[in-house]
Design a protein around this ligand. Structure first.
Ligand code: TXA
Ligand code: MG
Length: 321
């Protein structure tokens, strides 16, 4: 069932969630597959619907920052400052779990991932529901996260009880995840909230997973992958790489931040030089590559600054293997 964002539809969706059913909801990052985070049966259905290993923990979405202390046993000052600066918004914080949080949600970890999303429909749904909603991205395990209701439907048709169509997700990439472990902040997944933006609030630049042992279970080397093989290169190399593959008879697509001439390709995608536009469209374009039946998509890597860090991270995982 596809629902719109009318008050009536939001009320129906909230009632379904209270009854332990699964509802796909729009957020400003990507669509989430939501279930009552306090209902173990509902949470187990999320794992089944996605085909996701049960030791990969879920993010709990909250209506407001005030609920934080019901889910985290301790909130460091730094986390409190980040919540004030970035919530509601595309930031997830990993904090020590409250004793009442279900083991199924945290994958058995001593920590829990929490986020207050900004999308108006998600906000209204969370307020109508009242509690926390466990919501991984609404895709089959290992696949590209959906950024439209249609993409959710093609990923999870039949496995989800309702999909709320809140339009295309503004950001287009999953939230930045920051973990607070042993009093230190570590970015375990880059996203729209950049290390620079976090540093401005924290006063120091957070560590990255590369320089720390803290990990997000489930952020595998291969993830967010379309069926179409990707070739990653620098913008300078794109035209030559594409020409080589076209000459060998392949059906080639190209994807880049700035427009680059690549004669003979079947699909040419560019973000007009705007990194936010590239993030917004990236997952739709990876899906398009599959739909267009391309043999290969040649991608020019963006500069790895700001949201470009997150774009590059997702592209490497999409290309892995
Ligand atoms: O933007 C987003 O974050 C979206 C929307 C729906 O909110 N959600 C999302 O969920 O991307 P998911 O399940 O696809 O990714 C959640 C990531 C996983 O890589 C998981 O390992 C990590 O969060 N995570 C969850 N709990 C954690 C914990 N306690 N410690 C470390 N990482 C955790
Ligand atoms: Mg995911």
């Amino acid at each position: 069932m596809i629902l719109d964002t009318s008050d009536r539809s939001i009320a129906i969706a909230a009632a379904m969630l209270q009854a332990g059913r699964l509802v796909a909801m729009p957020t400003e990052t990507v669509y989430g597959l939501a279930a009552d985070a306090s209902n173990a049966d509902a949470v187990s259905r999320v794992f089944a619907a996605k085909g996701r290993p049960t030791n990969h923990p879920l993010i709990v979405h909250l209506p407001a920052t005030a609920k934080l202390t019901q889910w985290a046993s301790h909130v460091p000052d730094a986390a409190d400052h980040l919540a004030r600066a970035f919530w509601p918004g595309p930031l997830t914080m990993v904090l020590p779990r409250h004793a009442s949080v279900l083991t199924a949600v945290t994958g058995g970890l001593g920590t829990v991932a929490l986020r207050v999303p900004a999308h108006p429909a998600a906000q209204r749904l969370l307020h109508a529901f009242g509690g926390g909603l466990a919501a991984p991205s609404a895709n089959r395990f290992g696949r590209v996260s959906p950024t439209t209701a249609l993409a959710v439907d093609s990923e999870l048709a039949g496995a989800v009880d309702a999909i709320i169509d809140g339009g295309p997700c503004e950001v287009g990439l999953e939230s930045t995840i920051i973990a607070f472990v042993d009093g230190e902040a570590t970015i375990v997944r880059p996203g729209a909230i950049s290390p620079e933006a976090l540093a401005r609030v924290l006063g120091t630049r957070p560590r990255t997973a590369a320089s720390s042992s803290v990990r997000a279970p489930g952020t595998l080397a291969s993830h967010y992958a379309p069926a179409t093989p990707l070739v990653l290169c620098s913008p300078d190399e794109l035209a030559r790489r594409a020409a080589f593959l076209v000459a060998r008879g392949a059906r080639v697509g190209v994807l880049s931040l700035e427009r680059i001439e690549a004669p003979g390709v079947s699909v040419a995608l560019d973000a007009g030089g705007d990194m936010g536009v590239l993030a917004h469209w990236l997952f739709s374009w990876l899906r398009l590559a599959d739909k267009e039946d391309l043999d290969v998509l040649v991608v020019a890597m963006p500069p790895e600054e700001g949201i470009g860090l997150a774009i590059a991270d997702r592209l490497r995982r999409a290309a892995h293997g």
